[in-house]
Design a protein around this ligand. Structure first.
Ligand code: SAH
Length: 383
């Protein structure tokens, strides 16, 4: 494969743009807890026991979130003995990079290996002055949307708050020092609202000035539509943005594409989305993956228009990204243009999501899936 690396990048890890090689996985026997898994109070107590002043916590945070430290030894304003003690008790990060792919459009995709050998994906997108990281919240996904690679093997486990945050740290380390992450989208593997507490823990640190300082308004959580959780999310009083994966304008069709719809139903999801909008004052985005001849026809666009007209909603249309082994196809350019035109002429705001990182399997769950089909990784599935 041609190496199209953008020259501006000088990341610390080796690139690997070939889809052929998958490194064998070594399951870590390291029993030290990753620092981000340690509750702030526990860390404060640990420092206190060693006679350290409370300001040490802030110093550590600075190194992790501003200083991009990769080892305790780099933390030059901490006493050497403390650095040694920290290294004996904790690991700075629990995950490491199993694969790193770079697309010709500058999109980076990381396959991260977690402590138990499981792998998750995160993506760094660069566009104008935006630096967006797309993160996962679960290993696999339990929602079973028929077209999605993440759900094919079901959900293996939830990620911890620390594992969710570490994806952002790995992605940020790919940026030059004078750049920072400006946007966060929770649109990787998994259903974020099904891992609610860990998600909120990670978002709180991501949006804190003491953490990554990504403005809450620049953080988007995408959900399959879990009404109770959507309401709880609204009640947080935060400025986070909510995107709802609709994919069909009626229950009959949505039940076929999004199996969880059978129990929830569109009406309850739209009610919860309306609640979110009223409560937070923030417009809800509806995502709609277009699958050829299944949900991409003019009557579908008409029905969707009726459903969303008067809701001040915005629709993000996503042409299906091919997933090997699945029978769905991308829609034609003409069908896409017609679909958009129908929505817009009905007064519904709609945009087509730009395709990024197509040459590196950047769509959710695809890289992990490609990796899992390699025998080295199959052996650790379910560890
Ligand atoms: N569970 C969350 C996050 C999933 S990923 C949710 O359902 O919203 C974010 C978006 O990518 C979802 O809208 C999802 O339906 C979409 N997606 C998944 N696989 C895709 C594919 N192969 N092509 C295009 N979009 C896909």
């Amino acid at each position: 494969m041609k190496d199209n690396r953008p020259v501006a990048f000088d990341p610390p890890t080796a690139y690997n743009t070939s889809m052929q090689t998958v490194e064998p996985i070594s399951i870590s026997m390291d029993s030290r807890r990753p620092l981000l898994e340690v509750a702030p109070d526990d860390l404060a107590a640990w420092l206190r026991e060693r006679g350290q002043a409370p300001l040490r916590t802030r110093q550590l945070q600075r190194w992790i979130f501003d200083g991009r430290a990769v080892s305790f030894d780099q933390m030059s304003d901490l006493p050497k003995r403390l650095r040694d003690e920290l290294a004996a008790s904790f690991r700075l990060l629990g995950s490491d990079i199993a694969r790193h792919l770079v697309s010709s459009d500058g999109t980076h995709k990381l396959l991260l290996r977690l402590r138990d050998g499981q792998v998750v994906e995160c993506v760094l997108l660069r566009e104008a002055d935006r630096r967006t990281v797309c993160i996962s919240t679960q290993v696999g996904c339990g929602m079973g949307c028929v077209f999605c690679a993440s759900g094919i093997g079901g959900v293996v486990r939830n990620l911890t708050g620390g594992e969710i945050l570490e994806q952002m740290l790995h992605a940020r380390r790919l940026l030059p020092l004078d750049e920072r992450l400006t946007h966060l989208v929770v649109m990787g593997m998994g259903e974020p609202l099904a891992n609610f507490d860990a998600l909120l823990e990670a978002l709180a640190i991501a949006s804190s000035p003491r953490g990554l300082g990504i403005g809450a308004r620049h953080i988007t959580v995408s959900t399959v539509g879990l009404p109770n959780r959507m309401r709880q999310f609204a009640d947080l009083g935060k400025q986070y943005h909510l995107a709802v994966s609709l994919h069909a304008p009626n229950d009959e069709l949505r039940n076929r594409i999004v199996p969880t719809n059978d129990k929830t139903g569109l009406a309850a999801i739209l009610d919860a989305a309306d609640y979110f909008q009223t409560k937070t004052g923030r417009q809800v985005t509806y995502e709609y993956v277009l699958l050829r001849d299944l949900n991409d026809l003019p009557p579908h666009a008409g029905e969707l228009t009726k459903l969303l007209r008067g809701r001040q909603a915005h629709v993000n249309l996503i042409p299906f990204n091919d997933v090997e082994g699945l029978p769905y196809r991308r829609l034609t350019q003409q069908a896409l243009e017609d679909f958009v035109a129908i929505l817009r002429s009905g007064g519904v705001s709609a945009k087509v999501r730009k395709r990024k990182g197509a040459d590196i399997d950047a769509a959710c769950g695809q890289l992990r899936r490609a990796a899992l089909t390699a025998s080295e990784l199959i052996s650790v599935q379910g560890v």
